[in-house]
Design a protein around this ligand. Structure first.
Ligand SMILES: C[S@@+](CC[C@H](N)C(=O)[O-])C[C@H]1O[C@@H](n2cnc3c(N)ncnc32)[C@H](O)[C@@H]1O
Length: 360
C-alpha cells in the first residue's frame, strides 16, 4: 500500500535519518504543513520523495542564500541545533526561495551519486570475475548520475575489523564500511580489470558544470561532512579520468549498442544502484524483462542494487537484516544454457556504511 506524502516524510524521519536532527526536524515539520507538502506536487510523480525536497532546500543553502535558516546547515559551517524557531524560519525561507525551489522540483531528479556504494560494488565485481572465470570486465552503470561509481577501482576500502591499512592517500577517497559477513572481504589486489566502462543517465551530471555539481552536493545530507569530502575527491578523480556518461532516454538502447561493440573476451556487467526506485511498476516490469533478454542473448551479468521488491522475480530473497531502514539488496542475474540464474550477494546500508556479505 502506498504511503501518503505526510506518511512518507514521517517514515523518512524515523527510518532513514534517525541520526540527523536537522533532516528529522524538517521532515516532521513538512509532514504537518500542507503548504510544504504540496511543494512536491510540482515534481514528476516518480520523483515525489522526501529526498528531492530536502535536496532542493539544500541547493538554495549552497547557493549562498542570505537567511537565518542556513545557520542549521553544517555544509555551510552552520552549528545551530534544531530548535523552536526552525519551523517559522523554514516557512519564511520557502516563501523567499519559492521560485527557485519550484524550478528544482520540476526539473531536477534525485541524483545522489554515492561512492559509499562502491564498498559493495568492489567485492561484487570481484565475485563476478571469479564466478565467470574472467577478470576482464566491461561495466555499464545504468542511472549513473555523474558516473562516480565508474571509478570503483580508484578508491580505497577500509572494512572495519578487517582493516588492511587503507591509509589515506592524497586525493584518493577511503570508503569506510563495517563488513558484517562471516567470510573476510576480498584481498586488496583486485581480482578484476575494468577494460571498458560507460555510464548512462536520463540527465547526466556534467562535472564541468558548476550548477550541476552544486545539485550533486545538495543531494548529500548537510551534516555528513565525510561524505562531502570523499565526494569532492571523487569528483576531482572523475574529472581527470574522463569516464564517459551518456544521456539516455530510451531505456536500454544505449546498452544494446554498447554490447555489440565490446572487444571479444570481456564479461559485460550491467549495474544499477538506487535507480529502479524511481520507476513506476509498469516501467520496472518492462525493464526487468528487457534486461533478462539481454542477459540471455549477450552473456550479460546483471548486478542489481535496489530495495528487495525491485529485484528479478526469480531471486530467492534472503531475510532482511533486522532494524535496518532501506537496506539495499545486491543480487546477480546471469544465464546458463539459456536459463536465468539468480544469486543474492549482499545487503548494504544505502550509502555503504555497512555491508553484510552473503557468500561464503
Ligand atoms: C539516486 S540516483 C543514484 C545514482 C547512482 N546510481 C548511485 O548509486 O550513486 C538515481 C539516478 O537515476 C537516474 N534515473 C532515474 N530514472 C532513470 C531512467 N529511467 N533511466 C536512466 N536513469 C534514470 C537519475 O537521473 C539519477 O541520476
Amino acid at each position: 500500500m502506498s504511503l501518503t506524502p505526510a506518511e512518507q516524510f514521517r517514515q523518512f524521519a524515523e527510518r532513514e535519518c534517525p541520526h540527523d536532527p536537522l533532516y528529522q526536524a524538517i521532515c516532521r515539520q513538512v509532514a504537518t504543513s500542507p503548504a510544504l507538502l504540496t511543494l512536491l506536487d510540482e515534481a514528476p510523480p516518480t520523483q515525489r520523495k522526501p529526498v528531492l525536497l530536502l535536496a532542493a532546500l539544500h541547493e538554495r543553502v549552497l547557493a549562498g542564500t542570505d537567511h537565518p535558516l542556513v545557520a542549521y546547515y553544517a555544509s555551510v559551517g552552520g552549528t545551530r541545533a534544531p530548535d523552536a524557531e526552525l519551523p517559522a524560519l523554514l516557512l519564511d525561507f520557502v516563501a523567499q526561495q519559492r521560485e527557485f525551489l519550484l524550478n528544482s522540483l520540476r526539473s531536477r531528479n534525485t541524483q545522489t551519486n554515492e561512492i559509499g556504494r562502491c564498498a559493495a560494488l568492489w567485492p561484487a565485481l570481484q565475485a563476478i570475475a571469479a564466478r565467470r572465470g574472467n577478470p576482464d570486465l566491461a561495466l555499464f552503470d545504468f542511472g549513473s548520475s555523474a558516473g562516480l561509481n565508474l571509478g570503483v577501482d580508484a578508491y580505497r576500502y577500509d572494512y572495519g575489523r578487517f582493516q588492511r591499512g587503507a591509509a589515506a592517500e592524497t586525493g584518493r577517497p577511503v570508503i569506510q564500511c563495517e563488513w558484517r559477513g562471516e567470510a573476510a572481504p576480498p584481498p586488496e589486489a583486485s581480482g578484476f580489470r575494468l577494460v571498458e566502462r560507460l555510464g548512462s543517465d536520463l540527465s547526466p551530471i556534467d562535472l564541468h558544470d558548476e550548477l550541476a555539481v552544486r545539485w550533486l552536493r545538495a543531494c548529500l545530507w548537510p551534516s555528513e561532512r565525510e561524505r562531502a569530502v570523499r565526494l569532492n575527491q571523487a569528483i576531482a578523480l572523475a574529472r581527470a579520468a574522463g569516464h564517459r556518461v551518456q544521456a539516455s532516454r530510451a531505456g536500454l538502447d544505449l546498452l544494446r549498442d554498447w554490447l555489440k561493440q565490446l572487444p571479444p573476451g570481456v564479461q559485460p556487467v550491467l549495474f544499477n544502484s538506487w535507480v529502479l526506485f524511481y520507476f513506476d511498476r509498469e516501467s520496472w516490469q518492462r525493464h526487468v524483462e528487457a534486461v533478462a533478454a539481454l542477459v540471455r542473448e549477450h552473456g550479460l551479468v546483471w548486478l542489481n542494487a535496489e530495495l528487495p521488491a525491485l529485484h528479478a522475480p526469480g531471486l530467492a530473497r534472503p531475510a532482511v537484516p533486522p532494524d535496518e531502514g532501506s537496506a539495499t539488496l545486491w543480487s546477480l542475474q546471469w544465464a546458463e544454457a539459456g536459463e536465468l540464474r539468480h544469486e543474492a550477494l549482499a545487503w548494504s546500508h544505502p550509502h555503504g556504511r555497512w555491508l553484510q556479505w552473503l557468500l561464503p
